[in-house]
Design a protein around this ligand. Structure first.
Ligand code: C5P
Length: 226
């Protein structure tokens, strides 16, 4: 297994029970460094899901997309930090003060290196034409607030490449040729996304809903080794 490729990959464990998530995560640990726990799994299994993924050797990406008053976000982020996560998402739309409160809260609680990833624009939120300026603007906000990185769609990477290059770019909507697009609106192949400047590729259904998830993960790796 190519460790360099594995380092860049996050598997989105979008299922509603911890037994299924654990089974998937155990079989895919050789292919993905990061396990993303989103609202569905977190709502079903809570902090236990985070502990299980850490025990399996994953860095945990806690995708809670927080958006609330700064004090509430800071306090929640501190608790998430104590659970041992490596990444926590917060909506950049919440503004600098809220993001900063979250970044500080996470750092205060963190039991290992951890950073906030600011969600720039939801694919469901904006017209594509209006998106790029907003993504750029929110990247600046994320940087000013002390975030470690941002979540953005692959088509926005090139135009925003010059903006705060030190921010980690986490990119969902990754599809290989022949994969179903599902509800993703703005997709790219793994090679395209990395070439455009992605640091972490978030891959869900093309692997987790495949008839053979390990085979799908191997196909993903092979596409990046050519
Ligand atoms: O589509 P896939 O299952 O690979 O999605 C991986 C992640 O992409 C999801 O966990 C979700 O956070 C994100 N997503 C997105 N835009 C959509 C659908 C999903 O960014 N339209």
């Amino acid at each position: 297994m190519d460790e360099g490729v594995r380092d860049r990959l996050a598997v989105a464990l979008d299922v509603d029970d911890l037994v299924a998530a654990t089974r998937l995560a155990r079989s895919l640990a050789g292919h993905f460094r990061v396990a993303k726990i989103g609202l569905e799994l977190y709502t079903a299994a809570g902090p236990e899901a985070i502990g299980v993924m850490i025990d399996l050797g994953y860095d945990v990406f806690c995708d809670l997309k927080l958006h609330d008053i700064p004090n509430t976000v800071a306090r929640a982020a501190r608790v998430v930090g104590e659970l041992g996560v490596s990444y926590l998402t917060i909506h950049a739309a919440g503004g600098t003060e809220m993001l900063r409160a979250g970044a500080e809260g996470l750092a205060e609680g963190a039991t290992r290196p951890a950073g906030v990833l600011a969600v720039t624009v939801l694919t469901s939120e904006a017209e594509v034409a209006a998106t790029r300026d907003l993504v750029a603007e929110r990247m600046e906000v994320a940087f000013e607030a002390g975030c470690a990185g941002v979540v953005c769609a692959a088509p926005d990477l090139t135009a925003t490449r010059h903006i705060r290059p030190e921010l980690i770019r986490a990119v969902p909507g990754i599809r290989l040729a022949g994969d179903s697009v599902d509800d993703q609106r703005r997709v790219a192949s793994p090679v395209q996304a990395l070439a455009a400047g992605a640091d972490l590729l978030v891959v869900g259904r093309p692997v987790t809903r495949a008839a053979d998830p390990v085979e799908a993960a191997e196909r993903l790796h092979r596409s990046l080794q050519q």
